[in-house]
Design a protein around this ligand. Structure first.
Ligand code: HEM
Ligand code: HEM
Length: 204
């Protein structure tokens, strides 16, 4: 039943939890982001120097080309998922935040979410552009070479700077997402985490 105090809100806003689609997108994205980042560190730390043979033995299985492909594969899977997630988010408003949160706090939460979406788009796009300017292939699953986009050295360099520095925005925003969730869970006790989980009982 619609809440009489907020007559003009779409039905999704009146729910207490995110819908199945939003929850699915959230947890799949979280899993893939927590995977692509360490793969990026391994790739970045042990990549082959220009002109050197691709046999450098890193303290991880595989050659630098395998590390590159592993990182790019997860990044390439993430990109359409994030793009679809943003489209889905435009069409499905999140559920109303609890009344325990003030207007400023609610605005801050929404700002953080949209900044996260922005950096999650910027990362694969900049990764693709920087890799297009590189000699090495953009290899999916170690098998399929993706087409490169035309890139000038200047664009490749800009994309590389964005990719390397925007990672810190991802870390900061994910930590804030986790810190906010923990704050609501342990201090406010207003069950914000429950909004991203399946229904726990028949009472909510
Ligand atoms: C264990 C890890 C995580 C937990 C416990 C968690 C928890 C949550 C919770 C409870 C919300 C709902 C906040 C609300 O009700 O307004 C949320 C929203 C969100 N989280 Fe996470 N999160 C985690 C990881 C991540 C990661 C890795 C990302 C992406 C890099 C992420 C991106 C987002 C975004 C974009 C939203 C906003 C959803 C929307 O309104 O469109 N989260 N998270
Ligand atoms: C959401 C998706 C992505 C995230 C979060 C991400 C994150 C990262 C991180 C954390 C690093 C390590 C940077 C460092 O060593 O300081 C990295 C490196 C790299 N990533 Fe990504 N990445 C993503 C997608 C992609 C995609 C789709 C590609 C290419 C198709 C790509 C290409 C690269 C390259 C070439 C490097 C090596 C940078 C260097 O050290 O020269 N990334 N990425």
């Amino acid at each position: 039943m619609r809440d009489a105090t907020v007559p003009d809100q779409p039905p999704s806003v009146l729910r207490r939890r995110y819908g199945l689609g939003a929850r699915w997108f959230h947890w799949v994205t979280a899993l893939l982001v927590f995977t692509v980042i360490p793969l990026g560190w391994i790739f970045g730390a042990f990549k082959t120097k220009p002109g050197a043979p691709d046999t450098f033995v890193a303290p991880f299985p595989g050659t630098p080309a395998d590390h590159a492909s592993a990182h790019m594969t997860v990044g390439l899977v993430l990109f359409p998922i994030i793009a679809l997630r943003v489209l889905y988010r435009f069409r499905h408003s999140p559920p109303r935040l609890p009344g325990t949160m003030g207007a400023f706090e609610k605005g801050l939460a929404h700002l953080m979410h949209w900044l996260l979406y922005a950096v999650l788009i910027a990362m694969p796009v900049s990764g693709y552009i920087m890799s297009s300017g590189d000699k090495a292939p953009i290899r999916f699953l170690g098998l399929i070479d993706f087409p490169k986009v035309p890139t000038t050295p200047g664009q490749g360099m800009t994309a590389a700077i964005v990719h390397v520095y925007a990672q810190f925005a991802v870390y900061t925003l994910v930590i804030l997402n986790l810190a906010g969730t923990a704050w609501h869970l342990f201090v406010r006790r207003d069950n914000i985490l429950g909004r991203m989980l399946p229904r726990q009982s028949n009472h909510d």
